[in-house]
Design a protein around this ligand. Structure first.
Ligand SMILES: [Zn+2]
Length: 161
């Protein structure tokens, strides 16, 4: 049986090679991605309206600062719950690398915020303070982007005076 000679066509273009060990090349990546926030939509609409929405269990009353559709304790469907915009840092970390949206802001401080009225924490960024100024228990206040991008980064926290 004759061996079939199947080959992909070769191209004339190349790529930029920055390093050989390990190989580091320049590449381009771009995609328009249309997706639904579905049941999470009120959270993002809330950010656009300068409101932080958590969720509250209609059975046991647990309040989730990071909203959940159903209670982790008893599985009951939750309802939306307006959180206060003031809280305090529960823990924090300094990020020296991040996703494309934050690369120009490194190092930045990622924080877990605790609220008096919530039983769980909310992850966000601390803005307006140097990384070494962040501390556990620091009072912080939410700020919202004026032009909402309907993204979790529409909210961030700043130190309270
Ligand atoms: Zn519950």
């Amino acid at each position: 049986m004759a061996r079939r000679r199947i080959r992909l066509p070769e191209t004339e273009d190349g790529t930029v090679l920055f390093n050989t060990d390990p190989i580091i090349i320049k590449d381009h990546y771009e995609i328009d991605y249309i997706h639904s926030y579905a049941q999470d939509s009120p959270f993002f609409a809330g950010l656009a309206n300068r409101q932080l929405l958590g969720s509250r269990c209609t059975k046991c009353g647990v309040v989730y600062a990071t909203p959940r559709g159903h209670c982790m304790e008893d599985g009951t469907k939750t309802e939306w719950h307006v959180l206060p915009t003031r809280g305090r840092i529960h823990s924090y970390t300094t990020c020296y690398f991040g996703g494309q949206a934050f690369l120009e802001e490194t190092p930045y401080t990622l924080i877990l915020v605790e609220f008096d009225e919530a039983d769980t924490l909310f992850m966000s960024r601390l803005v307006g303070a140097e990384p070494d100024e962040a501390h556990i228990g620091m009072d912080v206040e939410a700020r919202f982007r004026r032009n909402s991008k309907f993204n979790a980064t529409d909210v961030y926290f700043v130190p309270m005076d």
